[in-house]
Design a protein. Sequence first.
Length: 343
Amino acid sequence: MPTRDRLLAALVAVCWGLNFPAIHLSLEQFPPFFLVALRFTLIAVPTVLLVPRPTAPWRWIGLYGLGFGVLQFVFLYLAMSSGMPTGLASLVLQSSAPFTVVLAGVFLRERITARQGAGILLAVAGLGGIAAHRAGLAGGATLVPVLLTLAGGLGWAVGNLGNRRAVQAQPGEPFRLMLWMSVVPPVPMLALSLALEGPDRIAGSFQDLGSTRGLLAIGGLLFTVLVATVVGSGLWTTLMGRHPSSTVAPFSMLVPVVGIAASWLLLRERTSVAELAWGALVLAGVLLGSTRRRQAVATTSAVAIAATPSPRPVSPSPSVVVAETLTGAPTAAESAASASARR
């Protein structure tokens, strides 16, 4: 993997890590369920108008959108609005990787290797340690946000299964698939927001948008949509196309590192030493499960899919345009090296 692409992979991790403080700023202004609807509406509208519809079966696109877009962010945003520390949220959400491996083994009949099994056990031990630590704080009140974030990780894993089946049915459309997935969440999330948060709270969130808090919330929302989703996912999808997934996926382990550091620097949020230690065990488990021995591999592993919303593309997509605008097209030597690495 050339240095340029390593830097791009690190840049994606920075974008995704900074996404958590951005979400925190948006939740200061908007109620959580309405914020999810707003986030995906800003992506869905131009997608419907400008992006050709993917040819994958709608049932798999719907499952992808339900898991990744609805369930993940319903629980994550609710957890963060209920007191889940921003940096810790970026760490606990890594639970999506072991959840994906288990669900893929049960429903897709994918074989779980001994290495993946050991990684799952390590990650579960780390998550259990975090949960036990939070259960001992404030009479156990801080445990609920952790459980909600774990539910968000499970939702992401469900979305990964839909993503996997959609790509298997119609390969070559990963970035288009990711954009059209955003069409699923707005309507159910708006209905949920109207039912639970109410029209008055939604209308009140648009007041004082010109204040410092309001402008920061808008900035956080735009960062989430444009930088974290379009640029970050576009670059990541392109890198997954240039290199083996086992080479690229471990860079996602930088996301909670960036998330915790950014939360400390920008939000003055501290993470306890115990939580950092248990979190290191989670990262070690996910890293162990997402790497494999050098051998011929015909398909992308479940853990690699958990690290990114879009598996490796096999034909040009809008994400390639995003990445090549910033980096230039890969040279013939790089293309040959990448092809050789994938064989």
